[in-house]
Design a protein around this ligand. Structure first.
Ligand SMILES: C[S@@+](CC[C@H](N)C(=O)[O-])C[C@H]1O[C@@H](n2cnc3c(N)ncnc32)[C@H](O)[C@@H]1O
Length: 367
């Protein structure tokens, strides 16, 4: 059974994305739909002066609806309805599936230089999840998601809104402290039941940073029964994660890598090494944490991270770069020309199928 939905694209919150927003949204949709519904077709459409994505897949409407509702740019949905005597189908509004939990201020309140755009963060999560064999867990809250360079938690907050229980890590203590302060204030303000603990992070007797964990639920009973959500933040070097987190348990890794330029207020360790040096050191650690069928979406600055070099160093770590050179490329500012690297373990059970999805010309609208 084939279903067509038209997704009205949200106006881009950030004007630098205006030109790139359409192709980016279409590229996201092609991976997200293509990994779930082989043969799905995505077109950009201008209808009544507004930008839409037209998505057709060989799936019942109830299966397509939550997936399209999750796309980072989806603002409203319509389905075409044939009406006698009308020359073209009319569009009937379709309510979005209730895929997001918690209010949007969880993602938007914190503002700081160097924050990853929230809509772009949602796109990264969708892409990483789509590569995972456990992609459907994005919809039932059980996808194991890690941002190993989480900054002040844009990924973690989106993940919480998706109903997940994410883990993050960042080397910069100011970031992890700011996230903890924000989240606890937000939980109190929204009267969510929660418990939290924070302390030093030790490894083999040596202190290597800080840790913070919060558990949250809408009511006391759910929290007590362990049926709520959690968020864990490790204030440490991403290279230490191999000793701190279990091997082979992460479904999706999402990270906005250091740009290798002074972006906003980020100073210190993140700027001392080039982004590809950071990736070369981190890739084997992240691979260990991934399930064989996991997915990874990494945002990189193309001015400091060459595609072929990235591909080679990922291969050295037993990882495979799937996305074509420039498939998600867009300009953020004068110093940042951003792209997304879609990565799997070389032994991913569906590596051949995913490789084929990455192969077509990114401008081609068929998946
Ligand atoms: C582009 S920022 C990520 C911003 C984040 N997505 C947000 O919205 O807040 C890159 C982050 O990588 C962190 N970082 C750089 N090197 C690291 C390392 N070796 N281990 C952990 N974090 C690191 C930096 O501290 C910085 O917060």
């Amino acid at each position: 059974m084939s279903t067509t939905l038209l997704a009205l694209r949200a106006p881009s919150a950030n004007r630098v994305y205006t030109d790139a927003a359409g192709p980016l949204a279409a590229a996201e949709a092609r991976w997200v739909l293509g990994t779930r519904f082989p043969g799905a077709v995505v077109h950009e459409r201008l209808l009544a002066g507004h930008d839409h994505l037209e998505i057709t897949a060989d799936a019942p409407r109830e299966q397509l609806l939550p997936v399209v509702s999750l796309l980072s740019s989806t603002m409203a949905l319509y389905e075409p309805v044939d009406v006698p005597d009308e020359p073209a189908p009319l569009l009937r509004p379709v309510p979005l599936a209730p895929v997001l939990h918690h209010s949007s201020d969880l993602e938007t309140t914190l503002k700081y230089p160097g924050k990853t755009n929230e809509q772009f963060t949602a796109l990264l999560i969708n892409l990483a999840a789509s590569l995972s064999e456990n992609r459907d867990r994005l919809l039932d809250g059980t996808l194991a998601l890690l941002d190993p360079m989480c900054g002040r938690g844009t990924t973690l907050n989106r993940a919480l809104r998706l109903g997940l229980s994410p883990t993050g890590a960042d080397l910069d203590r100011r970031d992890t402290d700011a996230y903890r302060t924000f989240l606890l204030a937000w939980l109190r303000q929204h009267r969510l039941r929660h418990t939290s603990e924070a302390g030093r992070l030790s490894l083999r007797g040596a202190s290597i940073g800080t840790r913070f964990r919060a558990e949250l639920a809408a009511d006391k009973e759910t929290l007590r029964a362990g049926g709520g959500q959690s968020v864990t933040v490790l204030g440490t070097d991403t290279l230490a994660l191999g000793d701190l987190l279990p091997d082979g348990r992460t479904d999706a890794i999402v990270a906005d890598l250091p740009y290798g330029v002074q972006h906003g207020a980020h100073h210190g360790a993140s700027l001392q090494r080039s982004p590809l040096e950071v990736l070369r050191a981190a890739a084997p650690v992240w691979r260990r944490l991934m399930r064989p069928g996991a997915g990874m979406a990494l945002a990189v600055n193309r001015r400091t991270a060459d595609h072929a070099e990235a591909s080679a160093l990922l291969a050295d770590a037993g990882l495979q770069l799937l996305s074509a050179d420039g498939a998600f490329r867009h300009r953020v500012d004068q110093a940042i020309d951003r792209d997304v690297l879609l990565v799997i373990r070389s032994d991913h059970p569906r590596a051949d199928m995913l490789r084929a999805l990455g192969a077509p010309d990114p401008k081609d609208s068929h998946v």
